[in-house]
Design a protein around this ligand. Structure first.
Ligand SMILES: Nc1ncnc2c1ncn2[C@@H]1O[C@H](COP(=O)(O)OP(=O)(O)O)[C@@H](O)[C@H]1O
Ligand SMILES: [Mg+2]
Length: 245
């Protein structure tokens, strides 16, 4: 795939595949394109050229009669809803309480009944340790709690793929553990495919099957986490890991 912002080429001919159920961590210096990749998958950015496939289904563009054509909005939405994302800045709806944040999309996008969405929402709140905060508003919660609500909100859509973009980077250090704990549980108890951008290398080591090192929009090294973190081959990977570890 190719992604340009105006004349700036951010991704140029990037090509990679993630297997169903795999947990892949994306590392690399700031500006190397990690967020752009996740936002392209989430259709929050327009793909300049190339294709993204979700389990064989083209996401935003498809090759038809030798031509690259944009897919219909409805078709894009159908593929896109199989993907969920959690952002660094939580992005909860500030005017809705916790339970409403979680039930909004299942009701309005998936067409679930309010009762069913609320039942599932409360179950997910229990799972993220916030069973007693359903009526709270985001502003009344700590950053760690807000991020756990955001995780529950993503899971409420039953995603096949979960994208995590530095989900602990905006948190005070003492709140990082509770969020990573919830994500470890998700990794342990589900078979959701996960693409993880994180600087929490121990977490990446424990949860992921594979680590991709990005530099300037390209994958410069790819390895299992124990190899990547203890014996990286590329000088740029060594320098990057030395700086963050
Ligand atoms: N909306 C945008 N407009 C212009 N340039 C952007 C935009 N978003 C990202 N970029 C540029 O794309 C490159 C990759 O950014 P990003 O994907 O955020 O990297 P990372 O997440 O690895 O730090 C950077 O050079 C950044 O400045
Ligand atoms: Mg980023």
């Amino acid at each position: 795939m190719v992604k340009k912002f105006g004349d700036t080429v951010v991704l140029n001919g990037l090509n990679f595949t993630v297997d169903k159920g795999e947990r892949v961590t994306l590392i690399g210096p700031s500006g190397s394109g990690k967020t752009t990749i996740l936002r392209l998958l989430m259709t929050l950015e327009h793909l300049t050229d190339g294709y993204i496939y979700v389990d064989g289904d083209p996401l935003t563009h498809e090759l038809r009669n030798g031509k690259r054509v944009e897919r219909k909005a409805k078709d894009v939405a159908n593929v896109r809803r199989r993907i969920g994302m959690v952002f660094q800045q939580f992005n909860l709806f500030p005017n809705m309480n916790v339970l409403e944040n979680i039930t909004e999309a299942p009701v309005h996008v998936l067409g679930r009944s309010k009762a069913e969405a609320e039942r599932r929402g409360r179950e997910l709140l229990e799972q993220v340790g916030l069973g007693d905060r359903a009526d709270a508003h985001p502003m009344q919660l700590s950053g760690g709690q807000q991020q756990r609500v955001a995780i529950a909100r993503a899971l409420a859509m039953d995603p096949e793929i979960l994208l995590l973009d530095e989900v602990t980077s905006a948190l005070d250090p003492e709140l990082v553990g509770e969020v990573l704990g919830v994500l470890r549980e998700v990794a342990r108890n589900t078979d959701i495919t996960m693409l993880i951008v994180t600087h929490e290398m121990q977490f990446a080591r424990d949860v992921s099957n594979r680590v991709l090192m990005f530099d300037q929009g390209r994958i410069i090294e790819e390895a299992a986490p124990d190899v990547m973190f203890s014996d990286p081959k590329e000088e740029r990977t060594q320098a990057f890991l030395q700086a963050v570890l």
